[in-house]
Design a protein around this ligand. Structure first.
Ligand SMILES: [Zn+2]
Length: 304
């Protein structure tokens, strides 16, 4: 059988080609090769930044469109709470590969990045596990994937939702906008200052831009050896408010009121993000390095 990563790449390229577009992961790789950094940590070429913004906007593609319109997989919405007891944890999704159907728990609708991972995980089952005809494959994100099928579905989902080149481009793009030293995002990510930057700048903007959860990014950054185990654990200890959280009270309002309240809520979140304060000197663990050579970032060439 084809590897999950390959299945994801082929599926994503096909999906974007059906819209006469290129897969953002391929574009991101090319843009990264052209980036040159100035001494102020900003990109030398501004038109490239505009191109990056456009590519990133398409990276947060609608997963239900991928499943329903392109792959002809039916998505059903149910509670799935009745399965929690027998499984001993929250069950968020379920796949029926033989009939090309998936079921997604309505609980995922409260946080859109969770909805996206759930749909893509179940889509992975439908594409790769057709022989497991009648069995229902459950998605239980709290549990470590125990069977090869679950690991394959997770690998498919990770490759489709957050390709490394897209994550790298998004990090570079945000550093460009805010004039952040890229080393704080990469080689110094495990120090106090790097953690501050991830907590107060990068995560919020990355989640807002890419619609991918902090947990998923932590998994990727650990795989890429940029986050240590301790750093991953640290970033699980605090709350973050992003555009994708829906307050539970919103769900019970009638639709027209929900729309108004949601726009008010989004404005409040945006206002809160913009009033964020800068780190105090006492939080600095290591002094800011004077030279601006980017290490451990092979794709970027640095301008001196
Ligand atoms: Zn599964």
């Amino acid at each position: 059988m084809m590897k999950p990563r390959k299945v994801a790449e082929r599926t994503m390229r096909g999906y974007f080609a059906s819209k006469r577009q290129r897969w953002p992961a391929d574009e991101a790789r090319e843009i990264l090769q052209q980036v040159r950094l100035g001494p102020d940590h900003r990109w030398m070429d501004r038109t490239l930044a505009a191109q990056a913004a456009e590519t990133l906007a398409r990276a947060a593609f609608p997963v239900d469109d991928l499943a329903e319109s392109y792959l002809k997989i039916a998505i059903n919405y149910e509670s799935l709470r009745h399965l929690d007891n027998s499984e001993g944890c929250q069950v968020l999704g379920c796949a029926y590969p033989s009939s090309r159907e998936i079921v997604v728990s309505d609980r995922t609708l409260k946080y859109h990045p969770l909805f996206r991972t759930t749909v893509l995980h179940e889509t992975g089952h439908v594409l790769m596990h057709r022989r497991t005809a009648k069995r229902c494959l459950l998605y239980k994100p709290e549990r470590l994937a125990s069977t090869p099928e679950e690991r394959e579905a997770n690998a498919f989902m990770q490759a489709a939702i957050l390709p490394e080149s897209v994550l790298d481009l998004a990090i570079c793009h945000i550093c460009n906008i805010y004039g952040i030293d890229l080393r704080l995002a990469y080689s110094a990510a495990n120090g106090a200052r790097g953690r501050w930057v991830w907590r107060h700048r990068l995560f919020v903007h990355l989640i807002n831009a890419l619609c991918v959860s902090r947990e998923m990014m932590g998994i990727k950054l650990k795989q890429l050896w940029r986050f240590s185990d301790e750093t991953v654990e640290y970033h699980k200890t605090y709350a973050l408010r992003t555009w994708w959280h829906t307050p539970e009270t919103l769900e019970v309002l009638p639709r027209p009121l929900r729309k108004v309240m949601r726009s008010v809520y989004e404005r409040l979140v945006a206002a809160e993000l913009s009033t964020d304060v800068a780190p105090s000197a006492t939080e600095e663990e290591e002094p800011m390095m004077r030279s601006h050579v980017v290490t451990r970032l092979p794709q970027l060439r640095h301008h001196r």
